[in-house]
Design a protein around this ligand. Sequence first.
Ligand code: HEM
Length: 394
Amino acid sequence: MVERRAEHAVKFFYSHLFWHNPGVRDLFPVSSEDMERQRDRLFAALTHVISRFDDDTIGPYLHDLGRDHRKFLVRPEHYAVVGSSLLAALAATSGSAWTPKVEKAWTEAYQVIADAMLAGADASEDPPWWDAEVVRHLQYGQDIGVLTLRPHAPFPYLPGQYTSVSSERVPRTWRTYSIGNAPRPDGTVDLHVSRIDRGRLSTALVRETQPGDVLRLGAAGGALTFRRSDRPVSLIAAGTGWAPIRALLEELADRPPDQDVRLFVVARDGAHLYDRPLIDAYGTSCGWLDVTYITPAPGRHRNEATERLATALSNRGLWPDQDVYLSGPVQFIDETARLLEELGARPARLFHDVVPSGGRGHDQPDRPLGFGEWFLNRPEPHWLNPSARAPKEY
Ligand code: HEM
């Protein structure tokens, strides 16, 4: 019943929350555009978690979510006020279906969620976020930036994971970006950022951020990490989905594998393979690596890259034996995974950060974050920018 009137429920929820607790508004993004997005995100997450209550993955998810909410400056007492506003919104939207029994069930369910999140926040030994100084900013054309950051404290992550990022330039807005390198001795991390039209944070990161700026990083997350096995490996990347694949490749190069590794790098045209020199160097120096670049024919639409990828994947074969790591825009992952399964790849050996179809991921081109973000309809990410040239260094 509430889903059918979701927009009304969401507006009710936030109006109720901010009217009764004006200070809580300060925790949320300043811009009304970002706030619109957040309306979907938080409320959808609350209702979605409740609807999946019996799922085994919910416990760990809530634990991490609570840990991560510390970076939004959420304090324990906020859980009660969010709970009252949620219940008020549900009551107002459910009409006669809101019986004492239903109210009791929702109250208890919310309490279980809040307790799990609070326990996650309490148990964490990590800081709420990591301050990290920008030490280098490479810009490729108008829309791609690779930022090298030096976290002030050790920042733990595995190759292939992502982090959430926030900048003073767009206060209280957090978006996720993949980390484009395996851990380095100097602790620096590279973020590959693709600018989204009307995406205030991605625009600030690609076009305005400079060395010396300090960004905030949330705890690393994501499951696109390398599974050592004796099976051959295929890595398939599109756009800035190259970032986690590059991190995996660095990990492989560090402990060269016995099996063959095939790398497919897809871009909207040859000028936009922004890391091509590095990929070429890997191709030359690593005997176990076979590199294929996929771009549309000159002057053809970028979708043709996907068609060419389909042809290349069909020609290469041996898919039933492969462990396949996929990274790129959501639609690209969906389509490529489907094709690979048709070609015989085993679904259990196709690794990517999971996105249910029907929902668009988060505001970034790389991959989704949490349940709430599945509900967001964000603009289609850029693959790569047509006017990209040699990197510009600041
Ligand atoms: C109790 C259940 C709650 C659930 C299931 C929930 C869920 C979520 C999810 C999934 C996100 C997006 C995650 C991300 O961007 O990293 C989020 C963001 C956020 N939540 Fe919660 N949340 C809960 C409670 C609260 C409470 C009590 C507050 C305090 C007011 C709060 C404030 C925020 C803020 C400020 C954001 C970030 C806004 C942004 O990035 O635009 N949440 N929440």
